[in-house]
Design a protein around this ligand. Structure first.
Ligand code: SAM
Length: 261
């Protein structure tokens, strides 16, 4: 299964390559929730949280926060980071297709293409139903995917992420096999490499992932099929009012759904 690819077991290396400033994203989510509900956001779940960048940032702002990831290694890493940050987050190792929080939350988010591991329509519908069941009335679900210009049925693209921390250098190439999405299933078999230089020694890990391309209109249709949620908007960046379109400013695909009452 795509979701068990090894890169996510090596949480510390993932963090070196992918840690980034997400403050603009957090501000956008606060603003979008308040705009749609007329009150401040009080509780949130980050799905596929990895090291929990967003979960920890919301917890710092006194939001009651949950972080969920399939990989226990990621959850352990995120928990340690939260301890370092001095913030409380409820961490859960679980699958995004079926989980139950102790109580419903105002917002659920899935960032950075993490939805693309759900490779068939039933998985996506189950996921949307699970999300709806864990939201408060009028609660929002925001998920972020790559803009189709940068990764789609027309071309997968070459994505390279790198970083250095405490003398350890990490470079992740996503992908190295020039993958194409299958014309019918829209799933790509992706090969990735993780290169680590640590204590003067270089190690190369090879990995595989299965990723589904999801078009905007499929996401709209699958939301309707799942029931319980409506599509509010699709944005091109974490900038209020910037709709997703073909303009250069529109560089992501950010869906906002809202729980139907
Ligand atoms: C691309 S990373 C994103 C991590 C983080 N959200 C970020 O912004 O960097 C995808 C994460 O999804 C998790 N994941 C993959 N499949 C999952 C599933 N079925 N349920 C929950 N988490 C999953 C992986 O373990 C990994 O941590």
């Amino acid at each position: 299964m795509a979701e068990f690819n090894e890169v996510y077991a090596r949480a510390g290396y993932y963090d070196i390559a992918f840690s980034r400033d997400i403050s603009r994203e957090v501000d956008f989510i606060f603003a979008e929730y308040a705009r749609l509900n007329g009150r401040p956001l009080r509780s949130l779940l980050e799905i596929a949280c990895g090291p929990g960048y967003h979960a920890r940032a919301f917890a710092k702002q006194n939001v009651e926060t949950f972080g969920l990831d399939l990989r226990p290694e990621m959850i352990d890493f995120a928990r340690d980071k939260a301890k370092d940050d001095g913030v409380d987050v409820h961490w859960i190792a679980a699958d995004m297709r079926g989980f139950k929080l102790p109580h419903a939350v105002d917002a659920i988010i899935t960032m950075y293409d993490s939805l693309d591991c759900l490779s068939d329509n039933d998985d996506i519908v189950d996921h949307f139903k699970t999300v709806a069941a864990n939201l408060t009335p009028q609660g929002i679900y925001l998920f972020e995917l790559t803009h189709p210009r940068d990764c789609s049925m027309h071309g997968y693209g070459n994505h390279v992420y790198s970083g250095e921390k405490n003398g350890t250098k990490v470079e992740i190439k996503w992908a190295v096999n020039n993958p194409r999405h299958d014309a019918f299933t829209q799933v790509a078999e992706v090969e990735t490499t993780l290169r680590v230089i640590e204590h003067g020694k270089e190690t190369l890990y090879r990995d595989r992932a299965r990723e589904r391309y999801l078009s905007p209109q499929e996401l709209v249709a699958l939301t309707k099929l799942a029931g319980g949620l409506r599509v509010v908007d699709c944005y091109g960046d974490f900038i209020p009012g910037l709709r997703m379109d073909n303009s250069p400013a529109s560089r992501r695909m950010i869906f906002v759904l809202q729980k139907l009452s």
